[in-house]
Write a protein of this length. Structure first.
Length: 400
C-alpha cells in the first residue's frame, strides 16, 4: 500500500509538471486505426476528371455556355425562373429552405451543388445516373421549372448569341437539331459548368496533410475540440463508414431513421422508387444519349438491382461545407448541426426498417461530446471567396 501511494504521488507530480498543451495532445491522440481513417479522407482537392458520358465535359466553351444557361430565366415555363432560383451561389448553391420551392413546394430538400461533378448517382433517391440527365430533370419537372424540350429549344434557337455559342460547342446549329437533342445538349452544357463548382481546402485538410507528413507543429494548429470531435467521428461514432473518402461520402444510400412521410400525406419510398425511375428514364446511361458508347459508364446502371431494403433509403450526402448548408436531411427536417448530431446520439433504432442496415447505433453523446463533434464538422467548410459570374450579357457577342 505504501509503495502504491508513493507511485501515485510520483505520477501526480509528473503530471503537474507536464505542459497543458501536452496533456491536451494526449487526450486527443488518435489510434492507429483512426489515423488511417483520417488519411483516407484526402488529399483534397481531388485531381479533376472528365465525364466520358458527356463529350463536352471539361471544355471551356461548354462551361461558358452552361453558365449562361444556368442563370437564364427564359428557360422556365413562364420565363421567370432559372437554375439559380434553387441553387443560389450566395447560399452555397442551395436555397436555405427545408424543401425546395419552384413553381410549387416539392417534397425534398435542395442539395448544394458543391463537388456535384464527382457523384455516382444524382438526387436524394438516385433516380439519375449522370449530371447531365439530372440537369434536365428540373427543367421538365412541373413543380420546379415547368418547361419542355420544345420551349428550351425555342429559347436557344431564338437567341442569336446563345445559338452561336451552342453551335461552337456542339458542332451544329440548334435550328438543325430536334428539340430533344437540343434539350440533352443543354443538359450537358449545364453539367460542364456545374463540374467546376469544387469546394476549397479546409482546416481539416490542413490537419490531415500535416498528419500525413508527421508535421506536429502544423497539427497543433488544429483546435482541440475539433480533434476530439474527429476522434469520435473516426472512432466510436463509426461515421466514416458512410462518410468516407475525400468527399466524405460513399455515394450510396442509407436508412438513418429519419421519417419518410411526405407533407400532406403519403410515403416517400426514397431509393426504392429512385431505382424504378432510373430504369425507366429514357435519358439514362443505357440509352442513346450516352457519349461513352461501349464504355464502362453503362455498367453501374445495368447492374443496379431493386431490393426491398431500398425502401426509405436516401443518399448519403457529402459533408464538405456542411456547416453552411442547413437545413439537413432529405426532407429538411433538422434545422442545424446540433439537431443532426443529437439525431445520431439519440437514434431510435425502431425507425430502421427490418431489412435495413445495422451499422447505426445510438452514440449516447454527452453535451461536451456533441459540441466537439460539431466543432469537427465545422472544420470541413472552406473559406473560398464568393462566386462571381464568369460570363456576362455585356460580353462580346459570339460570331461563330
Amino acid at each position: 500500500m505504501v509503495i502504491r501511494r508513493a507511485a501515485m504521488a510520483i505520477l501526480t507530480a509528473a503530471l503537474t509538471c507536464l505542459p497543458l498543451a501536452s496533456l491536451q495532445a494526449q487526450s486527443t491522440a488518435l489510434t492507429d486505426t483512426e489515423r488511417r481513417r483520417v488519411l483516407s479522407h484526402g488529399p483534397w482537392p481531388s485531381p479533376p476528371s472528365r465525364d466520358p458520358s458527356n463529350r463536352v465535359s471539361g471544355q471551356p466553351a461548354a462551361i461558358d455556355l452552361g453558365e449562361r444557361l444556368f442563370f437564364d430565366r427564359r428557360l422556365s415555363g413562364d420565363g421567370g425562373m432559372a437554375c439559380d432560383w434553387c441553387h443560389t451561389p450566395s447560399l452555397d448553391w442551395t436555397d436555405g429552405f427545408a424543401r425546395g420551392v419552384g413553381k410549387q413546394t416539392v417534397d425534398r430538400n435542395t442539395p448544394a451543388l458543391w463537388n456535384v461533378g464527382v457523384n455516382r448517382w444524382y438526387g436524394w433517391d438516385g433516380a439519375h445516373d449522370s449530371l447531365w440527365a439530372q440537369s434536365v430533370r428540373p427543367l421538365l419537372e412541373p413543380r420546379e421549372m415547368a418547361s419542355s424540350a420544345s420551349r428550351i429549344a425555342e429559347r436557344v434557337r431564338a437567341d442569336d448569341d446563345l445559338a452561336c455559342r451552342f453551335e461552337r460547342v456542339f458542332g451544329q446549329p440548334p435550328a438543325f437539331m430536334a428539340d430533344e437533342a437540343v434539350l440533352i445538349a443543354a443538359g450537358k452544357a449545364l453539367a460542364a459548368f456545374q463540374e467546376t463548382l469544387v469546394s476549397g481546402r479546409t482546416p481539416f485538410d490542413d490537419f490531415r496533410d500535416a498528419l500525413a507528413r508527421d508535421d506536429r507543429e502544423a497539427m497543433r494548429r488544429y483546435p482541440d475540440d475539433a480533434r476530439r470531435g474527429l476522434a469520435i467521428f473516426m472512432g466510436r461514432g463509426n461515421c466514416s463508414v458512410c462518410h468516407v473518402g475525400p468527399l466524405f461520402t460513399n455515394g450510396e444510400f442509407a436508412d438513418i431513421g429519419v421519417p419518410f412521410f411526405r407533407p400532406g400525406g403519403g410515403v416517400d419510398p426514397g431509393r426504392h422508387d429512385g431505382i424504378r425511375r432510373l430504369q425507366a428514364d429514357p435519358f439514362n446511361l443505357l440509352g442513346p444519349h450516352n457519349d461513352d458508347a461501349g464504355g464502362n459508364t453503362r455498367l453501374r446502371t445495368r447492374h443496379v438491382a431493386l431490393q426491398h431494403r431500398n425502401f426509405g433509403e436516401f443518399k448519403v450526402p457529402s459533408l464538405r461545407n456542411v456547416a453552411r448548408t442547413a437545413p439537413y436531411m432529405h426532407n429538411g427536417s433538422l434545422p442545424d448541426l446540433r439537431s443532426v448530431v443529437r439525431h445520431y446520439s439519440e437514434l431510435n433504432e425502431e425507425r430502421l426498417h427490418a431489412d435495413g442496415e445495422r451499422i447505426l447505433k445510438p452514440l449516447r453523446l454527452d453535451s461536451g461530446e456533441i459540441d466537439d463533434l460539431i466543432a469537427f464538422l465545422k472544420t470541413l467548410s472552406d473559406e473560398s471567396p464568393p462566386f462571381r459570374r464568369r460570363t456576362s450579357v455585356t460580353d462580346p457577342a459570339c460570331r461563330g
